[in-house]
Design a binder for this molecule. Structure first.
Ligand code: UDP
Ligand code: MG
Length: 320
């Protein structure tokens, strides 16, 4: 009998969890009848400030499939997914959002694909529309995937969700990566294995609001660039070389002009503008180096990526 562990990162999801469990139970009943699988819903309460934990405690008492891990504070979705993966003991592991934006009914298709087709180790999902999402967010997301495609060797698919089912072997490979600055979309691709993509239309959240601000997403995008490409460092050097060349040509021009027409002290305002411009470029390049340095700094500290306050596993009487 196969066990499927379903990891559900939750941050302030008190309203969505009941809807999620209802849908997940429906999928479970169907799959139990058809394939005789067992399931565990492993909720990771990422330091929620609302009643998420209370709701999980309540469901854990009445539903034998509900497990949860609760963090000492909010560590972010990446940490929540890692905690889920580290604690998953299923033959197959699914990561899914709590807000039902990822359709749980796809889990059955994911399972049959992995079971029947040895060729695949992962079945992942991707949205082919972004309807309902703010236009500016979609535009920036498109831009991010385009740049990432150009500067990184790790392929990051446009519209890919974290929603996927993976084999035990792939989960073990992901957990073996100990980096602190985690960017899962890149990690899933970096570990390799064969992935089949299922497409679905974008859905609105069942309830509650998104936890991502525009600023938060921008920082996450920078994390992605830094974690999976060193091209920005090379670009900084190229900008430096280009400006050296321009300066060299400029010096030659001024020197020849002074020889031919004499040296008139004029044009200082344009000189100030050029100096400011070059200082700006230098700071920009220093900033790029600074970002990599800061990531290296946090990486060397080797702090844990989350602190679990309580772990309750279904069927675990000690914690129940
Ligand atoms: N999430 C989390 N920690 C956070 C932010 C979000 O565990 O700090 C969870 C959230 O509860 C949800 C999933 O990550 O289950 C996706 O979050 P959200 O729906 O806000 O993102 P969006 O779908 O808008 O990208
Ligand atoms: Mg969502």
């Amino acid at each position: 009998m196969d066990k499927i562990t379903i990891i559900v990162p939750c941050y302030n999801e008190e309203e969505t969890i009941p809807h999620f469990i209802k849908e997940a139970d429906r999928v479970y009943e169907k799959m139990r009848e058809s394939y005789g699988v067992s399931m565990e819903y492993l909720f990771v309460d990422d330091g929620s400030k609302d009643k998420t934990l209370k709701v999980l405690e309540k469901y854990a008492q009445e539903n034998p499939r509900v497990s949860y891990i609760t963090f000492s504070r909010n560590f972010g979705k990446e940490a929540a997914m890692l905690a889920g993966l580290e604690n998953s003991d299923g033959d197959f592991t699914v990561i899914i959002d709590a807000d039902l934006q990822d359709p749980p009914e796809l889990i059955e298709e994911m399972y049959t694909t992995l079971k029947n087709d040895d060729e695949y180790d992962c079945v992942a999902s991707r949205r082919f529309t972004r309807t309902g999402e703010p236009k500016i967010r979609s535009a920036f997301a498109k831009c991010f995937y385009k740049i990432m495609g150009k500067i990184s060797k790790t392929e990051i698919v446009d519209g890919a969700r974290d929603f996927r089912m993976m084999t035990r072997q792939m989960v073990d490979a992901i957990v073996s990566l100990k980096e602190c600055n985690r960017f899962s979309k890149g990690i899933f691709s970096w570990v390799g294995f064969n992935t089949k993509w299922l497409e679905f239309e974008n859905r609105e959240r069942v309830s509650g609001t998104t936890k991502w601000s525009f600023w938060g997403l921008l920082l996450y995008a920078i994390d992605g660039f830094v974690a999976f490409s060193t091209a920005p460092l090379a670009i900084a050097s190229v900008i430096g070389i280009v400006f050296c060349l321009i300066a060299f040509i400029g010096v030659c021009f001024v020197f020849v002009r002074a020889l031919c027409f004499g040296d008139k002290v004029a044009g200082w305002p344009s000189m100030v503008c050029i100096m400011c411009f070059i200082a700006g470029i230098q700071l920009f390049c220093n900033g790029i180096i600074g970002i990599y340095l800061s990531k290296t700094y946090t990486e060397t500290k080797k702090r844990p990526q989350y602190i679990a306050k309580k772990i309750h596993r279904c069927g675990d009487r000690k914690n129940g």
